[in-house]
Design a protein around this ligand. Sequence first.
Ligand SMILES: CCCCCCCCCCCCCCCC(=O)SCCNC(=O)CCNC(=O)[C@H](O)C(C)(C)COP(=O)(O)OP(=O)(O)OC[C@H]1O[C@@H](n2cnc3c(N)ncnc32)[C@H](O)[C@@H]1OP(=O)(O)O
Length: 218
Amino acid sequence: MSERVERGRGRGDVDDYEQHGGFPVYRATEDDGGPDFGRLVEALRTIQDLGVSTAPPPDVVRRAAEQAEALVALLEPHRVPEGQQPGGRSMGLPGRGSLLMMPWTVEKFDATGVRSTGVFRRFHMGGNGAAHGGTLPLLFDDLFGMITHAYGRPISRTGYLHVNYRKITPIDTRLTVEGQVDRVDGRKTFVSARLVDAEGTLLADCEALMVVLLPGQP
Ligand SMILES: CCCCCCCCCCCCCCCC(=O)SCCNC(=O)CCNC(=O)[C@H](O)C(C)(C)COP(=O)(O)OP(=O)(O)OC[C@H]1O[C@@H](n2cnc3c(N)ncnc32)[C@H](O)[C@@H]1OP(=O)(O)O
C-alpha cells in the first residue's frame, strides 16, 4: 500500500467517520434480504430488460399490466424509511440488491481500491448495442462511493465527475471497472477509475472529487 493511501485512511477523523454528515445510519444486511430477495431483484431486472425489448400483442400487454399491478399491490404495504430496505444494503448481491445500481459483482474492496465486474444489460442500452452514456457516470459514481468507503473516509458527496468515453461500451459483454483514491486533501478525496473489456481495452476512464460532508450536511 502506498504512503499516500495509508495517509488517507482517515482514521484521524474517527469522530467524522462516525458522523457521515446528515445521513441516516446505513448498515449492510446480515442475510442479503433473505432467501428469495436476490431472486426477486433479478426477476425485476429481467422485467426491465423485457420492458424495453419486447413487442407483445395487446392481450399479452393487458395480462402483463394486470400482473404488474398485482405485484405493486403486494409490495406497496411494505414500504420502509430509507436505510431499512434490503435493496442497496445487500453486499452479497449484484449491485448490492439495488435496482438503480448496475448489477455488478464486487471482486476487490479494500483501501487500495475497488474492482467490480458485470455486464450492461439491454435495459441499459442507449443505441446500436452500446450502453447509454448516462449509465457510465452511474457506474463510476457508485464505484467512487465504495472506494471512499473502503478507504475509510466518511460518506462523501460527489463534487464533480468527469468521464472520458474512449470507445463504445457494449451491452451483454463482461467488463471490469477498477479505481482507487489518488489523493486526499482535507475534506477532498480525489479518485479515478477505468472501465475495460476482457482484453483489457480501455472503454472509458473517469476522475472525480468526493467531498466529506460537514456535520448535519444533507
Ligand atoms: C450498506 C452499508 C455499506 C455501504 C457500503 C459502501 C457503499 C457506498 C456506496 C454509496 C455510493 C453513493 C455515491 C454517490 C455519491 C453521490 O452521487 S452524491 C450526489 C451527487 N452530488 C451532490 O449532490 C453534491 C451536491 N453538492 C454539494 O452538496 C456541495 O456542493 C458539496 C459537494 C458537499 C460541497 O459543498 P460544501 O460542503 O459547501 O463545501 P465547499 O467549501 O464548497 O467545497 C469543499 C472543497 O471542495 C472543493 N469543491 C467542491 N466542489 C467542487 C467542484 N465541483 N470542483 C472543484 N472543487 C470543488 C471546494 O473548492 C473546496 O475546496 P477547498 O477550498 O477546501 O480547497
